[in-house]
Design a protein around this ligand. Structure first.
Ligand SMILES: Cc1cc2nc3c(=O)[nH]c(=O)nc-3n(C[C@H](O)[C@H](O)[C@H](O)COP(=O)(O)OP(=O)(O)OC[C@H]3O[C@@H](n4cnc5c(N)ncnc54)[C@H](O)[C@@H]3O)c2cc1C
Length: 462
């Protein structure tokens, strides 16, 4: 029987700077195995495309589905250049298990390599594969730093961001080195028997998917919204590594990194912040790649408060990842890290509808929520404000807001979303958390950040 190694792509849809993929390549080369690249759309309820939250909305908006589709297309083409064919699985987790079990019977399935994701659902996916007695090597790679280079155990990291940052800055740990792709056509799996493994969706899921594809076509027609701050329907903002690297190059060829700190709290446009997040979230771009480009920029054009601040914000991204390593499932309890029992409000469908459909009557909040649902992107400033409004003005449950963001955000990232939502709700690591979370006065915020009303006019006028 042929020896086989599977590389399971997750939130790392790239071939360059992918240490987990390189580990699979090294293993294949060393053992004489062939390598099969795989992506799974599977989830507990069926396929992620059709999954609903407990509050009755789709877990994946059309924006996210479209961006993912684009990212996978790009990955597929990159893999083809090395002679590999990406296999995509859809359906329930049981279908995924059936596929892997059948694979293990046909080949000598040595091991499955993948990116390690320290969130409960993602960990459960790996456990489900291990339950089939298949070896899974999950490699940590999504942060700027390699936590094994720290001289402290991640379980002992400081809870508060500032203390954590001081620790990192003081020790001047190195950013993980960018690695080049180790794929080689010599271990690409070429085997006609693979076709017999194509996994079919249940009839019902297939019908739902077809219906969604029609909706997507309609939505795509509607979402060519020129107001978008991340117009992912334009070539410059498409999903996948190629657009990501073109954007990275453009951004650092400009002087924008020197004004980042002054502009990052703005609300509208493609240039006020880096716009790296959707590519970082899908893994089309890695954090070390962003940092390598930042260091090159600094070497050529000098350091500034603003270039420092790009690193500072990326450190927040790292921080929420390490917090997951430290606290794991505790970040997913209704009370988060709070030691006190928490009585969360019951779901109020009317309030939820008002919030998500821009009918609160608070013009800045309505404008922001319209931008989010129309484009899948929202500035950091407005993310904070709409969450604050849901929690403090509408008295909502923070988990509903986190789920709505998960559904809508093109850059949805399990760590950053959960971490930021908990933080704002006061159940995370905010030192002011015990005062009930962060409250933003929408009128004051509108005056401060949209003094001339142009943002509200843009999003509320049609
Ligand atoms: C309630 C809430 C939910 C959020 N959910 C997500 C999410 O699902 N995915 C996501 O990538 N970001 C999330 N963020 C963080 C932040 O809003 C976005 O990363 C940022 O707006 C993306 O635009 P940008 O790439 O231009 O950011 P920039 O301002 O250019 O920042 C550069 C990079 O730093 C990182 N970053 C910046 N701010 C944060 C932050 N507060 N937390 C973690 N990382 C940060 C991102 O990777 C970002 O791409 C959330 C923030 C809030 C308040």
């Amino acid at each position: 029987m042929k020896k086989l190694v599977v590389y399971w792509f997750r939130n790392d849809l790239r071939v360059e700077d992918n240490p987990a993929l390189n580990a699979a390549c090294a293993y294949a080369q060393h053992t004489g195995a062939q390598l099969l690249p795989l992506f799974c759309h599977t989830s507990a309820q069926g396929t992620l495309h059709v999954e609903q939250t407990q509050w009755g909305f789709a877990r994946l908006s059309a924006h996210r589905r479209y961006f993912l589709r684009d990212s996978l297309l790009d990955l597929r083409e990159q893999l083809q250049q090395f002679g590999f064919e990406l296999m995509e699985l859809e359906g329930e987790l049981s279908a995924q298990s059936a596929f892997l079990a059948a694979l293990a019977q046909t080949y000598t399935l040595q091991t499955i390599f993948c990116e390690d994701i320290a969130a409960p659902e993602e960990r459960a996916q790996v456990d489900a594969v291990r339950a089939l007695k298949i070896d899974v090597q999950a490699v940590w790679q999504s942060t700027m730093y390699d936590p094994t280079s720290f001289d402290f155990d991640i379980a002992q990291m400081p809870d508060q961001f500032t203390a954590f940052r001081h620790k990192i800055e003081h020790a001047a740990y190195p950013i993980r080195q960018v690695v080049t792709c180790a794929l080689s056509a010599s271990f690409a799996l070429r085997d006609a028997t693979l076709e017999k493994f194509s996994v079919h969706l249940s009839k019902q899921s297939q019908t739902q998917l077809d219906a969604l594809d029609d909706v997507d076509t309609q939505v795509m027609h509607d979402i060519h919204d020129v107001r978008s701050s991340f117009p992912y329907f334009l070539p410059e903002f498409r999903g996948g590594s190629r657009a990501a690297h073109a954007h990275l190059k453009n951004y650092y060829s400009s002087d924008l990194p020197h004004s980042y700190k002054q502009t990052r709290n703005q609300l509208q446009g493609t240039r006020f912040s880096t716009k790296f997040s959707p590519w970082l979230a899908s893994g089309a771009l890695s954090a070390p790649q962003v940092m390598a480009a930042l260091r090159e920029f600094e070497a050529e054009k000098g350091q500034s408060d603003s270039t420092y601040w790009i690193w500072f914000e990326l450190l927040w991204r790292d921080y929420f990842r390490y917090l997951h390593c430290k606290y794991g499932v505790r970040l997913y309890r209704a009370s988060g890290l709070s030691k006190l029992p928490v009585d969360l409000p019951a779901f109020d469908a009317q309030k939820f509808q008002a919030w998500t459909q821009s009918m609160t009557g608070e013009s800045l909040i309505d404008a922001a929520m319209r931008e989010l649902t129309s484009t899948g992107y929202l500035s950091n400033r407005l993310r904070q404000q709409v969450i604050s409004y849901w929690l403090h003005e509408l008295g909502g449950d923070w988990r509903v807001a986190a789920a709505w963001f998960e559904s809508q955000l093109l850059d949805y990232d399990v760590y950053s979303n959960q971490g930021n939502c908990l933080y704002l709700a006061g159940f995370g690591t905010d030192p002011r958390g015990y005062l009930g979370g962060r409250w933003f006065d929408p009128k004051k915020q509108a005056k401060q950040h949209d003094a001339d009303g142009s943002y509200r006019t843009l999003w509320n006028s049609r």
